[in-house]
Design a protein around this ligand. Structure first.
Ligand SMILES: NC(=O)C1=CN([C@@H]2O[C@H](COP(=O)(O)OP(=O)(O)OC[C@H]3O[C@@H](n4cnc5c(N)ncnc54)[C@H](OP(=O)(O)O)[C@@H]3O)[C@@H](O)[C@H]2O)[C@@H](O)CC1
Ligand SMILES: [K+]
Length: 495
């Protein structure tokens, strides 16, 4: 199984997605190290000695062969081997690659403690084993076609100690394909935080399940999950990844009994004299997700209705009529009139999503949230997040989003290369779709409209926000593929 990600970085293979979390949240589950260790203990008790490591090495070998299109004969494979079982996995994969004709050299950080059976196995098949302290590491890495990182796995926490840290620094400079065993050494598997050196992987082959740190990190490359027959019970996972299939299931076509209210009515408060386009872009995102009805409430009603004749316009949310979910903030300004509209919307019982200028107003006046009772979604980028939650440490993005959700009672969607979506009860999603083409003015306005439409259907706000990010990311991938520049190009590529 592979974690679905951007079209450029990753291909997508989706296994039947399980259900996990309490209350159940659909998706590919991601488990912490402690949960994977529990599953590993149970699996070790029911499998013959060494079987799990052999399976791990087999999956690793397959991933390396895939990446090389099967051409390993005569290629130089360098193994970076620490003193634990992570190094053992690398050594056994080295045995298999040597048998297929690769020139395999293992660099051992601690020769006396290297996995004994793996080291003996590699020696037997004619691989080289060198003590890192005595080897010409730079020369070996410069000539390598593949570098396999088996320095540390689940048992280690960053920062990496020497000599592993220096090895990683040198490996990151070489031109070889870099493959991480279980996780890139130097990465904290639970949080994704990296302090000090971190192996910069092209491919990570991870065992048991995708650790949350691999999902949020930019250092893991393409993530291949090999469950080895020991995947944890998905019910214990609290972090997940949505799939196309699951998101498509949220966008069912209208049935014969549906009307505009059963499809969901979304209200959009966006745009200003300075940013009229934000209103049109956000409304476009909402319309194209096919809610029952889109209402617009703000100073750009005429421009919005001209662009989207199906929209019902009003100049203020208090005069908008019945709305099942609100989006407030994109390009809406921060003057008194904008603040008044935000206050009106926050008094609604149904779900409210606050974005952009709405977040600026909340950061300046947190008391605006005091009377809020209904579901709330806040969608900051990192700068907005830092202003809203100055005490939270953004080096741990997943932890920060969860803490912000717990303290506000809101779903927090923290935008970034890997957008993180967290609920107050601790459940979270990491979005793995997207493209650098989304880094364009107005892209966030479209996203806000998309999420608003999903909220208006009445689904769990966490799922609505995560599904919106997933669809927006896919639209960005399609726009990149078509070389279609400009945020309005996302409208046609959302579904
Ligand atoms: N889970 C599974 O399903 C399966 C797991 N398997 C594999 O086992 C792996 C876990 O193996 P593990 O428990 O032997 O420990 P591992 O991660 O190799 O590291 C221990 C070594 O790291 C060192 N070290 C520690 N901190 C450090 C630092 N900051 N900087 C530098 N070094 C540091 C520490 O040194 P020490 O402190 O002892 O001196 C010790 O030598 C797992 O990730 C997976 O690959 C598969 O084979 C089968 C299925
Ligand atoms: K590793």
């Amino acid at each position: 199984m592979e974690i679905p990600s951007s079209a450029q970085e990753q291909q997508m293979t989706i296994a039947t997605p399980p259900t996990f979390g309490t209350p159940p949240t659909p998706g590919i589950p991601s488990c912490t190290v402690a949960q994977i260790r529990d599953a590993e203990r149970a699996a070790l008790a029911r499998t013959p000695e060494g079987a799990l490591m052999r399976r791990a090495a087999g999956e690793l070998t397959t991933a390396v062969l895939d990446a090389l299109d099967g051409h390993v004969v005569g290629r130089s494979v360098v193994l970076l081997v620490g003193a634990g079982n992570n190094g053992g996995d690398a050594l056994w994969a080295g045995v298999a690659l040597r048998r297929r004709g690769g020139a395999v050299t293992a660099l051992l950080t601690d020769p006396a403690r290297a996995h004994p059976a793996g080291a003996a196995g590699l020696r037997r098949v004619g691989g080289r084993l060198l003590d890192v302290a005595r080897a010409d590491v730079e020369k070996l890495l410069a000539a390598a076609d593949v570098v396999i990182d088996g320095l540390v796995g689940l048992a280690a926490r960053p920062p990496l100690r020497e000599p592993a840290a220096s090895l990683v620094r040198l490996a990151n400079r070489c031109a070889a394909l870099r493959v991480a065993v279980d996780l890139p050494s130097g990465l904290d598997p639970d949080s994704g935080v990296a302090t000090g050196e971190i192996f910069d992987a092209d491919v990570t082959v991870t065992f048991g399940g995708a650790k949350p740190g691999l999902l949020v990190s930019t250092s893991a490359g393409r993530v291949v999950v090999a469950d080895l027959g020991m995947a944890p019970d998905p019910a214990v996972a609290s972090v997940g990844v949505l799939t196309d299939q699951l998101v498509a299931g949220l966008l069912a076509d209208p049935g014969s009994g549906d009307d505009k209210y059963s499809g969901g009515v979304v209200g959009i408060v966006a745009g200003s004299a300075q940013y009229p386009g934000a209103a049109v872009l956000a409304v476009g995102g909402a319309v194209r997700l096919r809610p029952g009805m889109v209402r617009y409430a703000g100073p750009q009603a005429a421009a919005v209705v001209q662009a989207w004749p199906e929209v019902v316009g009003a100049d203020d949310p208090s005069r908008a009529g019945r709305v099942q979910a609100w989006v407030v903030g994109p390009g809406a300004g921060t003057d008194t009139a904008a603040r008044d509209r935000l206050v009106t919307v926050l008094a609604a019982d149904g779900p409210v999503l606050v974005d952009a200028d709405g977040l600026t107003l909340l950061a300046a006046e947190p008391a605006l949230l005091e009377g809020r009772r209904g579901p709330l979604v806040l969608t900051p980028h990192e700068g907005e997040f830092a202003r809203l939650f100055p005490d939270l440490d953004l080096t741990d993005r997943l932890g920060a989003a969860r803490a912000a959700a717990a303290s506000t009672g809101a779903v927090i969607l923290l935008k970034g290369h890997r957008t993180v979506i967290a609920a107050p009860d601790g459940r979270a999603y990491v979005n793995t779709t997207g493209s650098s083409w989304l880094a364009t003015a107005g892209s966030g306005d479209v996203l806000a409209g998309v999420m608003g439409s999903l909220l208006a259907t009445g689904i769990d706000p966490l799922l609505a926000a995560a599904a919106g990010a997933h669809l927006h990311g896919r639209a960005g991938e399609r726009a990149a593929h078509d070389r279609a520049a400009g945020a309005h190009q996302l409208w046609d590529r959302l579904r």
